[in-house]
Ligand binder design. Structure first.
Ligand code: ZN
Ligand code: ZN
Length: 280
């Protein structure tokens, strides 16, 4: 029987993330999720009104812990999104979603993350609805909501705008209040208004559930799983290790046991084009 069967985890969210996170945990582990009523905005908001403490990973772990403490249960879960340039390909915009699980009794801490190029974050400035039309179509408005505010100076900041009539009025008002006569229109990244993020969170929750269902081969505690690719696939001509992935590193967050796991469907040698010796 899984150690989390019949237990309850607290999830700190105001944004309906339980819809994405609860089902895989219930199905796979028998762990149920309760929403912890605390203001996650205290830990930073996407619109920059509150500065975020530390790295996204520190923030998501802190949020999971706060959720558990607020709901007075030992298990906490939290998700966190950050948006900006891709870590290794800085010209590509991307989104990173993190999902943290903390067990305050056993000390288990797991953070699953995903980088997605599908995220639709972005912004534009416009004087009126017509000028914002191309941007709104690209991000999938009105299925995707926006934030509207004056481009320069203080003024009305409207979040969660998802109606064509409301967006026209919001752009007009913000443009009128702005020092340069334009409104700034941004994608609203809050999960319940952002279908792309909700899909990413659902995939992460499935991965977290799978990981928690996997015991460590060394210590038997839950949470053994993949932490990313390990480079070193040998070149097909000369055998030199290349940057191509050899496999995935699996680690235990409790005892630190690690293994490199390879997949039989992956190539066993790298293309010489990726080799620093054969193709400098
Ligand atoms: Zn272990
Ligand atoms: Zn080579």
């Amino acid at each position: 029987m899984h150690p989390y069967r019949g237990r309850t985890a607290a999830l700190g969210t105001k944004h309906g993330k339980e819809r994405a996170i609860a089902p895989p945990l219930a199905r796979r582990l028998g762990l149920s999720v309760t929403v912890a009523a605390f203001d996650t905005d205290m830990l930073g908001t996407f619109t920059g009104e509150v500065e975020r403490p530390g790295t996204p990973r520190e923030t998501v772990l802190l949020k999971a812990r706060r959720g558990a403490e607020t709901a007075r249960v030992p298990i906490g879960i939290a998700s966190e999104g950050s948006f900006g340039p891709h870590p290794s390909l800085p010209w590509l915009p991307c989104g990173q979603e993190l999902l943290a699980f903390v067990d305050l009794e056993s000390g288990l801490r797991v953070v699953e993350s995903r980088i997605s190029l599908r995220t639709t974050h972005g912004q534009t400035t416009a004087r009126d609805l017509d000028a914002a039309g191309a941007f709104l179509r690209r991000i999938g408005f009105p299925r995707q909501a926006v934030i509207v505010r004056p481009n320069l100076g203080d003024g009305p900041l409207l979040k969660g705008v998802a109606e064509p009539a409301a967006v026209a009025a919001a752009i007009r008002d913000a443009a009128a209040a702005s020092g340069d006569g334009t409104a700034r229109i941004e994608v609203d990244m809050r999960a319940h208004l952002n279908p792309v993020r909700m899909g990413e969170i659902r995939r992460l929750a499935a991965r977290l559930a799978k990981r928690l269902a996997t015991p460590c081969p060394a210590c038997g505690r839950p949470g053994f799983g993949g932490d990313g690719p390990v480079p070193g696939l040998p070149c097909g001509w000369c055998g030199t290790p290349t940057a191509a992935p050899l496999g995935e590193r699996w680690t235990c967050p409790s005892c630190g046991h690690g293994e490199v796991r390879t997949r039989p469907d992956r190539p066993s040698v790298a293309d010489p084009g990726q080799c620093g010796e054969c193709n400098p």
